[in-house]
Design a protein around this ligand. Structure first.
Ligand code: GLY
Length: 359
């Protein structure tokens, strides 16, 4: 068992990596032995595609199934989870296993953290995005009154189990969406990994996933509550999140990672405009991301949408736009003030480049 578990920098105890499902199950059996009852939170997708992979290890597992999708990351759904835990008479020594993507790990972590003032939870992320981002780092929460992650708290999972076997259940677009956060981690902290990336096929191997998680975990370990350097993890997200929010209101929504891919390309060009990043390096970033994510010029509606949503960014203070921007491939600076005019001009520059490079 110990031979098949590799611990990451962050966790030293918390994140465990498995290339096969059997050792994951052996570890899970051990990790759950001390609890009075064990619950698993799934949605209809992970109930159908993933639960059968872990259920044999935990014969008395109680299943809490909720509807999939961001619209169900709500207080109502938490109420359903708490009602079931109550009906099953779960006590403070109960355990919740969150088996799913970011919605499941965020909301399951939150529901577990509030139930009887906090029971333990284990995250088993089943999407690439959740493996390299949502499931790691202790951010839990739900959406409220139209705002993402409006209610929540920082609380670490007891354990996080990573196994690429779950990725076989994902479609191409979903997998690629997860790649964006991996590439972001490389861009802010490991230039070598960024340059290497892309020679491998779209489904990344365990080592590439582990490297991305190690970067995130090392940053989170230094700043768990995002008071300073954890903000580096927001590179690509000021523009990316604004574009994602705008597109959600249209008939052409983007997956989170797809929006972040646009965000990283545009923000690399903003860094160049502010003389933080050499133009040759900005070009390398934009070209590589455009090729992997098949980026296209942004429309005038996208540009207006981005400019409308950017002031709502969580990093904005007193009406000023602040971004985390790379100053090299593998290095990032936080709290850089950027004007709305700079963002607009750079989107026009981005479109000119896309007209040349996009196939
Ligand atoms: N997703 C960014 C963070 O966990 O800080």
């Amino acid at each position: 068992l110990t031979l098949s578990i590799h611990e990451s920098v962050y966790s030293r105890r918390m994140v465990h990596f498995f290339s096969e499902i059997d050792p994951l199950n052996a570890a899970l059996r051990q990790m759950t032995a001390q609890y009075t009852s064990v619950f698993v939170l799934v949605d209809e997708n992970t109930q159908h595609l993933c639960l059968n992979l872990i259920q044999p290890a935990l014969p008395s597992l109680k299943i809490i199934s909720i509807s999939s999708g961001e619209q169900h990351k709500s207080l109502d759904t938490c109420g359903q989870i708490w009602s079931l835990l109550t009906a099953y008479e779960a006590d403070r020594k109960a355990l919740l296993i969150n088996l799913g993507g970011g919605v499941i790990t965020d909301m399951g972590g939150f529901a577990a953290s509030c139930y009887k003032r906090g029971i333990d939870f284990i995250n088993i992320p089943t999407t690439l995005l959740a493996m390299v981002d949502a499931a790691v780092g202790g951010k839990t929460g739900i959406d409220y009154e139209g705002f993402k992650n409006q209610i929540g708290l920082f609380r670490e999972a007891r354990e996080i189990l990573i196994c690429p076997v779950f990725l076989q259940t994902l479609g191409h677009r979903q997998l690629r969406s997860g790649l964006a956060e991996m590439i972001k981690h490389y861009l802010i902290a490991d230039g070598g990994a960024f340059y290497q990336f892309g020679q491998s096929p779209i489904a990344p191997d365990l080592d590439a996933i582990r490297r991305a998680i190690d970067i995130k975990s090392s940053i989170v370990a230094l700043d768990p509550e995002e008071k300073n350097i954890r903000k580096k993890l927001n590179f690509g997200h000021t523009v990316g999140h604004a574009l994602e929010s705008f597109r959600l209101q249209t008939t052409q929504p983007l997956l989170h990672g797809e929006a972040v891919a646009y965000g990283m390309a545009v923000e690399a060009l903003i860094a160049q405009r502010l003389s933080l990043l050499e133009s040759g390096k900005a070009k390398q970033v934009v070209e590589k991301i455009a090729a992997i994510f098949d980026l296209r010029p942004l429309t005038p509606e996208d540009m207006d949408g981005i400019m409308r949503f950017i002031p709502h960014d969580k990093k904005s203070e007193s009406g000023k736009i602040r971004m985390a921007l790379i100053d090299d491939i593998g290095s990032c600076k936080i709290d850089i003030e950027v004007s709305g005019g700079d963002v607009k001009n750079v989107i026009s520059d981005f479109n000119k480049i896309m007209e040349i490079y996009a196939p």
